[in-house]
Design a protein around this ligand. Structure first.
Ligand code: COA
Length: 155
């Protein structure tokens, strides 16, 4: 699969089983229960969320991302690409599409928290231009670990 064959579209209810399956298969992805995605699919829900999936040429969902918008700030809540589809530019495509949608929602900056030991994600976020803005000591449990705060200007 090359990223050229990948299409980015809004997440829908019928995607959720696969989205949960992808997240569960990745130790570093947030393991949300299916119901946690529902507010992201509801255009009227507050706060506003943008939820996208990436699907391959065969129509198989290979990645997804969810972000929340509060005022001029967006938070990247989760982003994941199935292990077999990683390092092919899918995450980059997903994030670029997400950033465009967030700008339409008037977000000017996007921030996120990430486990300090999540080297692949840190490499990915740095490649996208994120900068470290802080550290939250012992933010995560199982195992206990610091969170790094990263941010990127969108506007
Ligand atoms: C983070 C993640 C979404 C990246 O998705 P991806 O589709 O593999 O990323 P891309 O192929 O678009 O990578 C874009 C760039 O990011 C950087 N990058 C991506 N994966 C990397 C890794 N494992 N190590 C170092 N840098 C990495 C590289 O610079 C890469 O460009 P290159 O391949 O030309 O060198 C994916 O690794 C993933 O799903 N991880 C598990 C879940 C997770 O940790 N999510 C984040 C926490 S919520």
């Amino acid at each position: 699969m090359s990223s050229a064959a990948v299409r980015i579209r809004r997440m829908s209810l019928s995607d959720l089983d696969r989205v949960v399956e992808i997240a569960q298969s990745l130790k570093d992805a947030p393991h949300w229960p299916l119901a946690a995605y529902l507010p992201a699919l509801d255009a009227k829900a507050v706060p506003t969320r943008v939820a996208l999936v990436a699907e391959d040429a065969a129509g198989v969902t290979v990645g997804f991302a969810v972000a929340m918008v509060v005022g001029p700030q967006a938070e990247l809540e989760t982003i994941a690409v199935a292990a077999e589809g990683q390092r092919r530019g899918v995450g980059r495509l997903l994030f670029a599409a997400l950033a465009e949608k967030l700008k339409l929602e008037r977000a000017e900056e996007i921030y996120l928290e990430v486990r300090a030991s999540n080297g692949p994600a840190l490499g990915f976020y740095r490649a996208l231009g994120f900068r470290e803005t802080g550290r939250r000591p012992r933010y995560y449990a199982d195992p206990v670990e610091d969170a790094l705060l990263l941010a990127l200007r969108l506007a």
